[in-house]
Each structure stands twice: as structure tokens, then as C-alpha cells.
Design a protein around this ligand. Structure first.
Ligand SMILES: *Cc1c(COP(=O)(O)O)cnc(C)c1O
Length: 420
């Protein structure tokens, strides 16, 4: 145990950071009675995002999930249509496919970026060449290999939807994430790099698509003197109050990314010498927004750990550790970490869905065993990539309000787990 007392106020994984500008835009909306789903804040926020990302159209919506839902509708997904989806992601990437009664097919991750493996995607297209759409997420702010993924989609006439919810401001091959898909989404949820308290956006260069999303999101009203409807509508538009918060936050995006980057490199340096690596990114092509700093424990330094659907146990071993030990220890000191997002193909709700990996060894193991957590975490040979990342990885406190001193303490807590 290291000699330190718990943090007086909780250290968060990633919580909202307000600056004051936000309130001024909200106040103006109040003072002028523009508190509904139209107004200057909405227009200005959409414009600010277009400028930041470099897209033609942005439609502000109630959430990133709502944006994904409408993106899935734009892609024309009908009942039973397969959609290739990132396996290692937050469930919101995938759930909108279910809203349209489509069939998510999960694509394994790669070690280079932790995102969708282009090799596995290629294999998926060989097996199911008629697949109409792909949804790729940029996990923890690190871009996927978007050029390659886009190329595969184009070859197979599939529509790419980019889930840039976690990666606003990240760059891949000189272009912002959120521009590689035909339809793209970002999120302004409270934990994201900038927030509106909640909210999201659909981004596209297609004028017609942007128009359809605007219409769908405001109950699909036709141009008529009465409520006239030719399509099912949704109440998905963002409010002008919420947009005011985002308008203020966008002015601090660059600063938030800089702070997140400092946090990432402070961990990287502070944890040097331990049998761990940080969440990787290809330095020649990618500039992440460093939304969350994560670490992956070397297979050889993993103590035994088992997880059921809701609980985890581990056996302490000298010089070794595991995500469960580190997370429990951080919690004791009043700091919030989190396991790597649990892969979709391991989720009970998606048990019956297809999962495609490029790892050859996978063919010899039974999916059932993986789902029960019976696979040996210590051997990456017998596990698919995303299960392996889930077994060995964790997200560290990455809140930009964390002081250098506090982060040093977190580093010492993590180091302590590998001692003895
Ligand atoms: C947060 C998140 C979403 C959903 O965004 P909301 O605004 O919370 O609906 C979608 N995908 C990923 C990868 C996310 O992290």
C-alpha cells in the first residue's frame, strides 16, 4: 500500500468542465424567450462544428444515439439487413441498428488502434458481400484506420457511418474524424470532450440527407397549413438552451484536447517501466483527441482474474496485477477508473449475433466459453482481440480538472498494484 489518503473530492473518469461562456449563451436564450428548438444558439453551434470538423452540414439533435438512429435510417437499413459494426464500443453505436430491426454483425478490433480491424472487415465482406452499411467507432478518441475502412466500403458499395462520439477534434491522415463516413455523428453527452449537458449531431456533406434529418427530427411535418405527415417522425431536435452550452464549450475544445493530451503523456511517462502499454495510436497517421487515457497490462504480468456477468474476482500475485485489482484500488482512494468497454459480442443482448475476427486461432475455440469468461486471460493466442483488450485493459481517471499532483498520486496507486 502506498502512503496516501483518499482524494477529498472524487477523481472522475471524465466529467463536464464548464468555463462560464456557456451560461452567457443560455442566459441570452432565456432573456429573449428563444428557449425552444429553434434559435441562434442552434445555428451557431452547427456552424461552429462545421468549421471545426470541415463538413458542409451539421444537424443538432437530442443525443448522439438519436443521430446514429437517423444515420441508420439514411443508410436505408431495413429489417434483417446486416450491418457491420465495431465490436469494441459503447452499446449506443449498435443499438440504433436494432431500432430499425437490422442485424448487427460485430467486427473484431486490431491491436494497433483498438478499433475495427480492416482485415476482419475485409473477411466480413467476403462472407456477406451484400451488406449495405458499416458503423465504425473511434474508441477513446483514437481514429480507426478510416482510409482503409472507407476504401473497403466503397469497393463493396456499402455506406460508411462514422461514430465520432468520442473523437471530436481527432485527426486522421490530415482530416478530422467525423468526415470519413457518408453520415457521421458526434455526441455532446456529459462525459465527452465537450458537452451540451446532453446532445449530439449528425454531420454530412449531402444537403438532401441533412434536410431529411432536420425534418425527421422535428416530427416529419410536411409543408402544409395543418400537421401533415407522409413519414414517421421523431422528436429528436436539440433545444436552443442546450445548444447554448455547446456553443460556449466549442470555444474550449482545443484547450480540452491539449489538457487530455498532457494527461495521456504524463501517464505514459509515469508508468514507464511497468509491464503495461497505453492505448496506442499510429503516430504517422493519427492525432487522437486523447479523450480517455487507458492502459493494457502485458499478458505475462496478468494475475488470475475471472468475471461473471456482474462481478469480478482476482488472485493477487507478486509483481502482477489485473484491471480488477487496479480499479478496486483506485476506488478505495476515491478515484474513478473503468474497465475497457465490454465487447458487443460478449453482451447477453447480442449473444446470437455474428462475430467476425481475423484471428485464425479463434476458429478452434467455442464462443460459448468466451462468453462465460472461461478463456485464459493470460494467453492472447486463444482469444479474439476485443475480448483480450477487455480482459487486460482499463480506463484511467482522465478528467481535465485533475491536478498534476493528483495524477501523480494515481500513478503511484497503479505502481503499487504491481509491487510485492
Ligand atoms: C457516448 C457515445 C455514444 C452516444 O452518444 P449519446 O450522446 O450519449 O447518445 C455513441 N457512441 C459512442 C462510441 C459513445 O461513446
Amino acid at each position: 500500500m502506498i502512503e496516501t489518503t483518499p482524494f477529498e473530492t472524487r477523481l472522475w473518469l471524465s466529467s463536464p468542465t464548464m468555463h462560464g461562456d456557456e451560461q452567457q449563451y443560455v442566459k441570452k436564450a432565456f432573456d429573449t424567450n428563444w428557449v425552444s428548438t429553434v434559435g441562434e444558439n442552434l445555428e451557431q453551434l452547427e456552424e461552429a462544428v462545421c468549421r471545426q470538423v470541415g463538413c458542409r452540414y451539421a444537424v443538432a439533435l437530442a443525443s448522439g444515439t438519436a443521430a446514429l438512429h437517423l444515420a441508420v435510417k439514411l443508410a436505408g437499413i431495413k429489417p434483417k439487413d446486416k450491418v457491420f459494426c465495431s465490436d469494441l464500443t459503447f452499446a449506443a453505436t449498435v443499438n440504433p441498428v436494432m431500432y430499425e430491426k437490422g442485424e448487427p454483425v460485430f467486427i473484431d478490433s486490431e491491436y494497433d488502434t483498438w478499433n475495427m480491424d480492416p482485415k476482419a472487415l475485409k473477411q466480413a465482406f467476403l462472407q456477406y458481400p451484400d451488406t449495405k452499411a458499416v458503423i465504425v467507432a473511434n474508441l477513446y478518441g483514437t481514429p480507426a484506420k478510416l482510409t482503409k475502412i472507407r476504401e473497403l466500403c466503397d469497393q463493396h458499395h456499402a455506406i460508411l457511418i462514422e461514430d465520432a462520439a468520442e473523437s471530436l477534434g481527432a485527426v486522421y491522415c490530415g482530416r478530422q474524424t467525423g468526415t470519413y463516413g457518408t453520415y457521421n455523428i458526434i455526441s455532446f453527452n456529459g462525459n465527452k470532450i465537450v458537452t451540451c449537458s446532453s446532445g449530439g449531431m449528425l454531420l454530412t456533406n449531402e444537403e438532401e440527407a441533412a434536410g431529411r434529418v432536420r425534418k425527421w427530427s422535428t416530427q416529419s411535418r410536411e409543408n402544409a397549413p395543418w400537421y401533415q405527415h407522409e413519414e414517421t417522425g421523431y422528436n429528436y431536435r436539440m433545444s436552443n438552451i442546450v445548444a447554448g452550452i455547446g456553443r460556449g464549450q466549442m470555444q474550449h475544445l482545443k484547450e480540452h484536447i491539449e489538457r487530455k493530451e498532457e494527461i495521456y503523456f504524463r501517464y505514459k511517462k509515469g508508468l514507464e517501466g511497468l509491464p503495461i502499454t497505453m492505448n496506442p495510436y499510429p503516430q504517422e497517421t493519427a492525432k487522437p483527441n486523447f479523450w480517455l487515457s487507458c492502459m493494457l497490462i502485458d499478458s505475462s504480468a496478468m494475475c488470475r482474474q475471472v468475471r461473471s456477468d456482474t462481478e469480478a474476482l482476482y488472485v493477487k500475485e507478486s509483481g502482477k496485477s489485473c484491471p480488477t485489482e487496479i480499479l478496486e484500488t483506485l476506488a478505495k482512494y476515491n478515484a474513478e477508473g473503468r474497465p475497457i468497454w465490454k465487447p458487443m459480442h460478449l453482451q447477453p443482448t447480442y449473444h446470437h449475433n455474428l462475430f467476425i475476427t481475423a484471428k485464425k486461432e479463434y476458429k478452434n475455440i467455442m464462443k460459448k466459453d468466451i462468453c462465460l469468461g472461461i478463456q485464459k486471460n493470460n494467453s492472447d493466442k486463444i482469444s479474439d482481440v476485443s475480448s483480450d483488450l477487455f480482459a487486460r485493459g482499463l480506463c484511467l481517471p482522465s478528467d481535465i480538472k485533475m491536478t498534476k499532483q493528483q495524477q501523480e498520486t494515481v500513478i503511484q496507486i497503479v505502481r503499487g498494484c504491481f509491487e510485492k
